[in-house]
Ligand binder design. Structure first.
Ligand code: HEC
Ligand code: HEC
Length: 222
């Protein structure tokens, strides 16, 4: 059995999906957009501490599987795998939906996300994004200060001065360096795996050195 099939089976087993197929009567939403039902539910949960806590615990269970790559606390141990800790819940949900709808392509995450019900996606997003992220100090302060200058010219407009983003925009502060580099490069090149019009515009004129400097700076933000 190849790795991916094994992973699918293991996940189905973990979540009990093999016995009970996920029930998923959802309102249609445009590809990549978080279904309104899920957004509404997130808003409701935020007003009800008890239900939120229950969802969080379900999310922790789902995360047992994801933790092989993203870490149990959402702090990835691999520099090419994104941290999910401290990420914005709305943004994380939107990305899970993009993987599900094929708007963002990853041979592992795509098939995986299709196996999760909308509640499981919501639960795991709530769990992971409510963990604390740790950053690493810049190893090259001169490069980081160049990165800061580039960042403060443009990037802060959507990702915020501290790199925290908001419900719609990714938190990028403290993100894993290799993952940051791959992501920025993909936007710049309009990659089929992941593209975004706004980000393409922002990255178009970045040089290789700008990108390295940005990664050094953003990764060191706390
Ligand atoms: C085999 C390793 C692996 C496993 C297991 C895994 N992921 Fe991922 N995940 C990745 C990688 C690698 C990426 C980056 C993909 C890319 O950009 O091409 C990613 C990306 C993501 C993103 C987007 C993050 C961002 O900043 O945009 C989310 C959200 C996510 N994964 C959630 C999950 C959840 C939830 C699970 C468990 C159900 C999971 N992943 C399991 C490796 C994994
Ligand atoms: C006009 C708003 C805007 C500006 C300005 C902007 N971004 Fe983004 N950024 C976005 C959006 C929207 C996304 C999510 C796109 C998607 O879904 O793939 C994103 C995603 C990202 C990601 C991927 C995050 C993740 O977790 O996978 C990185 C890294 C990033 N931006 C870096 C930058 C950098 C560096 C700059 C400055 C050069 C910048 N952004 C400027 C809107 C913006």
């Amino acid at each position: 059995m190849d790795k991916l099939n094994f992973a699918r089976l293991a996940l189905a087993f973990l979540l009990g999906l093999a016995a009970a197929p996920a029930v998923l009567a959802q309102a249609a939403a445009p590809g990549g957009a978080v279904p309104q039902m899920t957004e509404d539910k997130l808003q409701e949960l935020r007003k009800d501490a008890g239900s939120f806590e229950k969802m969080y615990r379900t999310g922790r269970k789902v995360a047992d599987f994801c933790s092989h790559c993203h870490g149990q606390s959402g702090q990835s141990t691999k520099t090419d795998v994104p941290n999910l800790a401290g990420q914005n819940t709305g943004y994380a949900l939107a990305q899970l939906q993009k993987f599900t709808d094929g708007k963002r392509i990853n041979s592992f995450c795509g098939p995986l996300m299709k196996k999760l019900s909308s509640d499981e996606k919501l639960a795991v997003a709530i769990y992971y994004t409510n963990q604390e992220v740790t950053s690493r100090p810049a190893t090259d302060p001169a490069m980081a200060s160049r990165g800061k200058a580039v960042y403060e010219k443009n990037c802060f407009k959507c990702h915020g001065t501290g790199g925290y983003g908001d419900e719609k925009y990714a938190r990028i502060a403290g993100q894993q360096p290799e993952y940051l580099m791959t992501s920025i490069r993909r936007y710049k090149e309009g990659s089929a795996a992941r593209s975004d019009e706004k980000m393409m515009k922002q990255t178009r004129s970045l040089t290789e050195d700008d990108m390295k400097a940005l990664v050094m700076y953003i990764g060191s933000l706390k």
